[in-house]
Ligand binder design. Sequence first.
Ligand code: HEM
Length: 158
Amino acid sequence: MDQKSTIPTLFEWAGGMPVFERLTDLFYQKVLKDPILEPVFKHMSPEHQQHVAHFIAEVLGGPEWYSTAEGSHFKMVQKHLARHLTEQHRQRWVSLLLETADEINLPDDPEFRSAFVAYIEWGTRIAVINSHSDELQMNPEEPMPKWGWGVPGGPFLG
Ligand code: HEM
């Protein structure tokens, strides 16, 4: 087995799908109690939190549930159009998500967290940019983003 195949994906290192579903379940409970975010999310679909869990899981190397059964990268971007999100919305979204990550004991080792936070930072900034457009200039077949360990290359295994 080459060394590359022994490195777990970020999805595996996090603990698999139940962990992502727990993360978004608790996160959106907080969102709906938050004065800045509640107005943005009060009409969200009942599937929203699960779809976001599956989307993030897929980006981090998990199974292709979102892109095969629930949506696509194109559809996800479409959901953010014309929402007019602000930097204040984005910062609150990030801080509540990271607070939730600590509460559910998402791995907090430097290698995992730096990769996770990098993806969240990237994804939320793109969501804000897209939210200021009314129309989508994007190939509907655009593949899902894929995020890896970045510079550390994998978890520290001692
Ligand atoms: C990494 C960052 C993000 C990811 C991965 C993400 C993911 C998603 C996904 C997958 C959907 C579609 C859900 C579905 O198919 O039902 C969605 C919808 C949506 N997202 Fe995001 N999102 C991100 C950031 C944000 C931020 C920062 C905001 C606002 C502060 C936001 C606001 C919304 C709203 C309002 C919807 C529509 C909800 C509905 O009406 O059902 N998103 N997002």
